[in-house]
Ligand binder design. Structure first.
Ligand SMILES: NC(=O)c1ccc[n+]([C@@H]2O[C@H](COP(=O)([O-])OP(=O)(O)OC[C@H]3O[C@@H](n4cnc5c(N)ncnc54)[C@H](O)[C@@H]3O)[C@@H](O)[C@H]2O)c1
Length: 386
């Protein structure tokens, strides 16, 4: 699969320090850390995911209770058991799908119609900041699987270009540092010049911060740098998306915030303040954009092991293996039997960006397995009272 990569001459120097995103002191960014492979195939392969959705429809189940279908289903299950065989899985799926067309009541045109009917973003154009890795990368992948054209905007040029290549002709990369308003403005203009309009703007780029825990030690220079990315960068994205969406009187804007913007004590003050600002920003701007038929919402994820959080954790737990850090993050969740993963945020973004959420605006969709909804009172059991 070959991707379309378009790099427009730009004002960002391509030095290693300029492409560093987490180190605010200008040192090189940590090497990209691959997130753990997710447990379900849905995250791994949009083709399989769509097929799975199709299989869950009763009508398809009923009309394909033949041996061929059983054969297909077993084949699919085999695919799920091996994460390392994605490419061969895709080939298998194709051949098994042919099996359905030949034996079932659905001909291939009918199948295609069902396939496309499930593409929630068909014909939509999205710009996603911070899409070269983690949550943004997963969302770009998800959006494309649902028929969207996606422009990946990020400060990490190589990762962004590689991802565009991987995702194919519906993806392209545009270098963008969200701290520079003209970068964001140029990215939006690039989308409009390439696709004629912008339907979805996802302001996702963000950084962690490393500051002493006490407010009396707050480093205000660091505060300004984090706010420049996590707050000003998002506001600039909203501003320039609105510039091109208002004339069309339509569009959907998304922002990534965090559970740390909802509850105190989960992150350094600077980061928490930056994330709670975004929740307020979304509500404020929603009051204006609703008059133009434009929706704006944000998503507050729980901790997810991406490059962002693993690097952060490594500072607290130097020498601890990455796999152990991943487990620690997952174990911190509240919902038994589930882990918070990039695909959970990507699915939330898909919902908010699509017409499924056509009457949802000014909302903060919390993806935290209930973490911020309750707190247990740790009284001793009656029989244990002394
Ligand atoms: N991972 C978590 O635990 C978690 C939890 C809640 C919220 N978030 C938020 O999710 C968002 C995405 O983070 P992630 O976990 O996917 O981390 P990530 O590090 O994998 O992705 C962040 C992306 O943002 C890009 N970026 C950083 N600074 C930029 C800048 N100035 N201009 C353009 N791009 C820039 C990075 O290059 C990177 O590709 C962030 O806003 C983060 O605050 C993350």
């Amino acid at each position: 699969m070959s991707g379309e990569i378009t790099i427009v001459p730009f004002n960002i120097p391509l030095s290693p320090s300029s492409s560093s995103f987490c180190q605010l002191d200008g040192s090189a960014a940590a090497p990209f850390l691959s997130p753990p492979l997710p447990p379900t195939f849905v995250q791994l392969n949009p083709v399989l995911s769509t097929a799975s959705n199709l299989l869950s429809k009763n009508s398809v189940k009923k009309s394909h209770s033949s041996g061929s279908f059983t054969c297909f289903f077993e084949g699919l299950q085999k695919l799920l058991s091996s994460r390392t065989q994605i490419n061969s899985s895709r080939k298998m799926l194709k051949s098994r799908s042919r099996c359905i067309f030949l034996s079932g009541t659905l001909n291939s045109r009918g199948f295609d119609r069902r396939f496309s009917a499930q593409s929630k973003l068909e014909g939509k154009v999205a710009l996603i900041t911070g899409a070269a890795s983690g949550i943004g990368k997963e969302t770009a992948t998800r959006f494309i699987s649902q028929g969207a054209k996606v422009v990946i905007a990020d400060i990490q040029h190589q990762c962004g270009m590689d991802l565009a290549t991987e995702l194919g002709s519906n993806a392209s990369f545009f270098p963008c540092n969200v701290t520079k308003e003209y970068d964001i403005s140029n990215a939006v203009d690039y989308v409009v010049s390439k696709y004629r309009h912008l339907d979805i703007m996802y302001n996702n780029a963000g950084v962690a911060c490393h500051t002493p825990p006490s407010i009396i030690d707050l480093d205000l220079a660091m505060f300004d740098q984090v706010m420049a990315i996590n707050v000003r960068g998002i506001l600039a994205g909203i501003k320039h998306a609105s510039r091109v969406m208002i004339p069309r009187q339509s569009g959907s804007i998304l922002c990534t915030t965090s559970v740390t913007g909802l509850m105190g004590g989960l992150a350094p003050h600077t980061y928490s303040v930056s994330k709670s600002s975004v929740i307020g920003m979304v509500k404020s701007v929603a009051s204006e954009l609703c008059k133009h038929g434009i929706r704006i919402n944000c998503i507050s994820p729980f901790a997810i092991p991406t490059a962002f959080s693993i690097e952060d954790m490594s500072r607290f737990f130097p020498g601890v293996e990455t796999q152990r850090l991943i487990e620690m993050i997952h174990n911190a969740g509240a919902l038994k039997g589930a882990k918070c993963e990039p695909v959970d945020v990507a699915n939330a973004a898909l919902y908010l960006a699509s017409d499924d959420a056509k009457y949802v605006t000014g909302h903060n969709l919390v993806v935290d397995g209930g973490f911020t909804s309750f707190k247990a009172l740790e009284f001793p059991a009656p029989g244990q009272l002394q």
